[in-house]
Design a protein around this ligand. Structure first.
Ligand code: TRP
Length: 452
């Protein structure tokens, strides 16, 4: 079977940035920054991105491009008959689990986009917006319907294939996303009272920078760059042999970081301008922003409606380009390893994630009584993935590339057979990061998660 490839370097970076940039950047990053000391956290985060996340990124790229297989097949080809197949299996399942609860939140953004389009938020008071959120997520049918709409869109893009689906969609939407977030940021920065939000983001408070904050910065970096579950690995298997890994890696890391910072500057000034506590957490965007947009457009209702529409469209598109990268991992596995057609593979992954997603959605309402280790089903899956499966997968990927693969093969992939001079020069540094620094860093995340 002929294997699809991304068409150009631009397409590779857009697809990978599309996977990286998502809900993690828009609500999680600003809130983490606020909780862990503002600018001080950002400094640690930048180090975590380049010293810990980027090496995992390169490790996944080396494995994917070398084997030209999805995550399970890659282990079969590079380490046949070994226990590494369990890493392959783990990283087939974990992205599908993430997809199921991610799609629920994706569904929320569909709901909010519809509401914004219907001008439903126009004139709503802060309390009303909050009440609406609480009632909406705990209801039975509506969230399930929009979750279905969201995952249906994801399946539609995946069905169209790597080139006609993933590549085409991300090439168009990623530049649009940057434009949208910059536009909203400029609007937010001009609000009266926005200064407090800016100060919150740039004034370092080193006193809040404890071990937990450092661990949080590392976890955020992994989640945000889609690492540890084989999504980057799978995308890398569609990257042509003459592409430059250093460029796509740094390109993705920089755009992910830039987008997080831009989103921070778009969300926080608005939150402060409306006098809302920045620590509202996961609900921040959905519970507070519709009201904030209202306030901002005071006197000109259509203006606030337009900003709201643009904002929720941004979230929806960002979530879609991330969700397709999760679904592709499972689809690659079923088509390559089980000989399924792309159609049936997509259907199978979609159905599985849809059903698990429904349980997640209901865990905010009718199933909220069911607790796993003190968490609702949704929170349990989220914690299981971000605190455990992601760092575990990332650790194993770096160990695999650093210690299991022959170094000649690793060097060959990273430097395109020695042809890329800058890559040749940087290779010893990258190898050091992959072999020593990243694994040790991840073990620290593990230990801190255990203790804190
Ligand atoms: N990085 C995406 C975000 O910031 C989410 C995501 C996509 C992801 N693929 C992933 C997270 C794989 C973990 C693992 O929203």
């Amino acid at each position: 079977m002929e294997r699809e490839n991304f068409g150009s370097r631009f397409a590779v970076i857009m697809a990978m940035a599309g996977s990286a940039i998502g809900l993690g950047n828009i609500w999680r990053f600003p809130y983490m920054v606020g909780e862990h000391g503002g600018a001080a956290f950002i400094i640690v985060y930048v180090f975590a991105c380049f010293l810990l996340a980027l090496p995992i990124f390169f490790a996944e790229m080396v494995i994917g491009r070398r084997s030209r297989q999805g995550t399970f097949g890659a282990m079969e080809i590079l380490a046949p008959g070994t226990r590494w197949k369990w890493l392959g299996l783990l990283t087939v399942f974990s992205p599908i689990i993430i997809l199921s609860y991610y799609s629920v939140v994706g569904g929320w953004s569909v709901e909010y986009l519809f509401k914004a389009l219907a001008f439903d938020f126009t004139g709503a008071e802060s309390g009303e917006v909050r009440d609406f959120f609480g009632r909406f997520i705990s209801s039975t049918w509506e969230p399930v319907v929009v979750h279905t709409v969201f995952i249906g869109m994801v399946a539609g893009i995946i069905l169209a294939g790597v080139k006609k689906g993933i590549e085409k969609f991300t090439k168009i939407t990623m530049p649009l996303l940057f434009f949208l977030v910059v536009a909203i940021m400029v609007y937010a920065l001009t609000l009266p009272g926005a200064g407090a939000g800016v100060e919150y983001l740039v004034k370092p408070d080193f006193s809040k920078l404890d071990a937990g904050a450092v661990a949080a910065a590392m976890g955020q970096a992994f989640f945000s760059m889609s690492l540890g579950v084989g999504t980057i690995l799978t995308y890398a298997s569609y990257v042509r042999k003459d592409e430059n890994m250093l460029v796509s890696g740094i390109g993705t890391a920089v755009s992910d970081l830039l987008f997080a910072v831009l989103a921070g500057f778009a969300v926080m000034p608005a939150v402060f301008a409306a006098g809302i506590a920045p620590g509202a957490g996961p609900g921040l965007v959905f519970e507070t922003l519709p009201f904030i947009f209202n306030k901002m457009g005071a006197g000109i209702p259509w203006l606030s409606a337009i900003v709201a529409i643009l904002f929720f469209l941004t979230i929806l598109v960002a979530a879609l380009t991330s969700a397709i990268s999760m679904m592709e991992v499972g689809v690659a596995y079923l088509t390559e390893e089980k000989g399924m057609k792309r159609r049936s593979a997509t259907l199978a992954v979609t159905l599985f994630a849809w059903v698990v997603g429904i349980l997640c959605s209901l865990s905010f309402g009718s199933l909220s009584g069911i607790q796993i280790l003190g968490n609702s089903f949704f929170d349990f899956l989220d914690k299981l993935c971000s605190n455990w499966l992601l760092p575990l997968g990332g650790l194993l990927f770096t160990l695999f590339v650093g210690w299991k693969m022959p170094s000649a093969a690793v060097r060959d992939e990273f430097t395109n057979g020695g042809r890329l001079r800058a890559n040749v020069r940087l290779y010893p540094v990258i190898l050091f990061l992959i072999r020593y620094l990243a694994p040790v860093g991840i073990v620290i995340v593990f230990l801190t998660n255990l203790v804190v």
